[in-house]
Ligand binder design. Sequence first.
Ligand SMILES: O=P(O)(O)OC[C@H]1O[C@H](O[C@H]2O[C@H](CO)[C@@H](O)[C@H](O)[C@H]2O)[C@H](O)[C@@H](O)[C@@H]1O
Length: 259
Amino acid sequence: MLYYQMTGFMEGDRPEPDYALRLPAPEDAALFLDFDGTLLDIAATPDEIIVPEDLPALLTRAMDRLDGRVALVTGRNVAGLEHFLPSFDGAVIAAHGAELRVDGKTFQAGDYDTDTIAGLQRVVAEFAKLQPAFLVENKPTGVVLHYRQAQEQGALALHFMDSLAQAAPGFRLQPALCAYEIKPDSVAKDLALADMMARAPFKGKLPIYAGDDLTDEPALSWADAAGGVAIKVGGADTVAPHWLADPTALRALLARWLA
Ligand SMILES: O=P(O)(O)OC[C@H]1O[C@H](O[C@H]2O[C@H](CO)[C@@H](O)[C@H](O)[C@H]2O)[C@H](O)[C@@H](O)[C@@H]1O
């Protein structure tokens, strides 16, 4: 068994269409959309994603119809997201919640030990030199070791990153799709979602959350418990009561809903 199967990311059979999925009226909703694997397809490396042609206009339409109550939620940092979606001017929950963009201003959600982060990034970079198929992604709040190009080395990547995370007080391991990340302990997408839902213009509306990754599961659970709609994209196990086959199906649903 491969490590991405053990951590719950292996997609099984494609789910059947979810006929029970109904969204609240846009006037009553707040929309939270994960990025990689949810709005667009997973690519071989983080830089190789292709932004679907319809996506920027779809997000603009959503911002109009929901009076600005749209947030993108991502493990990437804000700058990384802005590089791919320069026209989106709504809220962003980035780096799993360690970085936020609210009213056009980007800031860190907490104080994180920059010396520790720099040290972790140095150590991971040195380790990755031993296995050139590994890819290292630095973020202002942590570091990711990607093993998509070396999936047989998933166990090694896990062993190394887990040990390193345990040696770094205030930080923890975050498994993701063919990647292991070390991020601040206090950071999670559900906490960031709760924070954003307490702010204008989201406050008092019903959260709709769509996500594909293990990192999205707590936020899916939060949205469902808050009386909103939680949608899993892809066939992996989930706490979400609703699911769609892939990002194309999600974009089609949103386009119909916003028409
Ligand atoms: O929260 P998300 O927006 O879903 O971000 C999760 C991670 O996405 C990126 O990595 C993943 O997507 C890459 C491109 O498709 C893929 O090559 C990689 O294997 C995936 O793990 C991003 O690089 C990470 O920083 C995000 O945490």
